[in-house]
Ligand binder design. Sequence first.
Ligand SMILES: [Zn+2]
Length: 343
Amino acid sequence: LRELRRIVSICQNGQDMTDKLQPAQPGFSIGIDLGGTNLRVAAYSNEFQQLDMLSLRTRLEAGPAAVLRDMADAARSLHAAQNGYGKFVGVGIGSPGPIELPEGKLRAPANLPGWDGLALRSELHKLLDMPIIVESDANAAAFAEWRLGAGKAYGVDSMAMFTLGTGVGGGVILQNKIWHGAMGMAAEPGHTVVYPGGPLCNCGSHGCLESYASATGVRRIAAEIGATAGGERLQGMLAKHGELHAHDVATLAREGDAASIKVFEEAGAALGLGIAQVVGSLNLSLYIIGGAMFDSLLASSQIYRMTQPENRGQFEVRMTNVFPAHLGPEAGLLGAALLPWSE
Ligand SMILES: [Zn+2]
C-alpha cells in the first residue's frame, strides 16, 4: 500500500514524495500501570509494540514517596535502555481513582490507602524530568480498547468500557476523546446506585454497582448466599480457605454449584442495571466489559438479559452492542503508554 501511495503521489505531483510517506520516525513512550498490588512500567514503540517491561510490587507499606521513587527509577531505567530507538514522547500513568485530572490529584483511592490528596503528576515530576500525563486506570484501559482493541475492530468513534476487578471502573470515549467531565471524574460507574437501600459502600452510598459486580461484591454476595440453604459448598470453601475468593466461587459456579451460579447471576444483574443507565444516558452503540472479574461474570446470562441488547452476535452500529474487551489485562498498561502520543 505504501508503495502504491508513493507511485500515485509521484504521478500527481510529478516528484518523488517518498520522504513524506515513510512511516513516522521510530519513537517510544513509557506507560505506568499503578495498581494497589503491582506496579508495571513498560516502554512501547510508536507502533505500540511493547519493547521492554519492569514488573514490581507496589510497596504500599513503605508509603507513597517510596512507590513514586520506584516509578521514577523504573521509567529512567527503561528510558536509558531504549536509548537510540528514536524520539521519546513521554510517560503516561494509569492510576486507581477517584482522581482529579489533569493534575492527577488522588481522592481517597480505596486501592492506595494513605495516598489521599497526593498530586501524582507534580510529585512524580519532582523525581522525573519527563513529560507526564495522568489518567485513571479505567480511562487508560478504555482508551487502549478504543484505539487498538474492540473500538478499532468495530470502527466506532465513541464507546463505554466497564472494568471489573477489585472494584468497578469505567471509561467513556466520546467522539475520539476520553470524556473527562468537569474534574476528570466522569464515568465512575462503580458508584452509580443500582439497588437503593443496598449494602453500604465505602463511598458512603448504599447499593453501588461496585458492591455487586466486583471481586469484593462477589465475596460479599457469596458469604450471604453461602449462609442460606444450598450454600454448603460455599460454606465448605470458606472453612477450607478461611475466606471466600471470587475465583474460588467462579470455580464452583463452573462446576455447576447452584448457589455459586446464583452469586454470579446477582452480580451480573447489577452490572446489567449499571450498563442500562449508560445506555439510557448516552445511546452509544458499543459497551465493552473487561477486567479480571469478567470471565467469571460472562457465564451469567443476566448481563445480556438486563441490558437487553438487540444484537448478541455481530456488531451493528445502530444497535446496542455489549461485547467483551479484546485486549485483556494489558489494556491499562498499553493505554497509559498511548497517552503521550495523543497529546
Ligand atoms: Zn459507592
